[in-house]
Design a binder for this molecule. Structure first.
Ligand code: C5P
Length: 223
């Protein structure tokens, strides 16, 4: 039987890099669930669809496929903003549940593990996941990481704007009524504030390979 690893956390906490490294190590398929919301936002911009046009958004959701998720143009500040706005809509989240829940069966092949990364994977999408990791980092560190990343493609970007954008996105993700970002009861908290990517990955490997944690219990652990 395969094991599901749920990795959740806020923007620029390091969860995507960690999930990628883990996927390589375990030869495990991986779903970056944020790309679902991003792909919807991309199509909305392309087709000039407003957030109030729920039928048109549902049509976009029904037409999502791997190609649309692999679009290289899903990462910019406009898509950050629209994706987190639509992520607060219950009909959007409900319609995306099926896509996420069938991902392991469709993609498992011979792998023993499957990784799903996002905001509500351990709480809503796979509440029975075998491993639940909540990746966190202090907001100023996350803004610095994001700023460094953005500078590679946009030399004119300002740290203050990046910081403000992350604050806004955090507020939306943490405070929305439906599926807010929060650690699942039985998750392990991995705080990467003072860790670089290798140190964070070592901590993650400890959790997955040597953890004596019982992920079915109710408490949140910190590493
Ligand atoms: O993870 P990523 O930054 O690509 O996600 C983009 C946006 O999609 C997030 O800001 C969040 O609002 C939303 N999201 C979500 N639930 C998920 C994954 C992403 O609400 N499981």
């Amino acid at each position: 039987m395969h094991k599901i690893i749920a990795i959740d956390g806020p923007a620029s906490s390091g969860k995507t890099s960690l999930a990628k490294k883990l996927s390589k190590k375990l030869h495990a398929p991986i779903l970056f669930s944020g790309k679902l919301y991003r792909a919807i936002a991309f199509e909305m911009i392309k087709k000039n669809i407003k957030i109030s046009q729920s039928k048109k958004i549902l049509k976009i959701i029904n037409e999502l496929n791997e190609d649309k998720l692999n679009n290289k143009n899903l990462f910019n500040s406009e898509i950050d903003r629209i994706s987190s706005n639509i992520a607060a809509k219950p009909f959007v989240r409900n319609s995306l549940l099926k896509f996420q829940r069938i991902f392991p069966k469709k993609n498992l092949k011979n792998s023993k593990y499957v990784i799903i990364e996002g905001r509500d994977i351990g709480t809503i999408v796979f509440p029975d996941a075998d491993f639940k990791i909540f990746v966190w980092a202090d907001i100023s560190i996350r803004a610095q990481r994001r700023y460094k990343q953005i500078l590679k493609s946009d030399k004119k970007s300002s740290f203050n704007k990046v910081f403000a954008d992350i604050v806004k996105r955090d507020n939306k993700d943490l405070n929305r009524k439906v599926a807010p970002l929060k650690p699942a009861e039985n998750s392990v908290l991995l705080d990467t504030t003072y860790l670089d990517i290798e140190q964070s990955f070592n901590a993650l490997k400890k959790i997955i390979f040597y953890g004596s944690r019982d992920f079915k219990s109710k408490s949140i652990f910190r590493v």
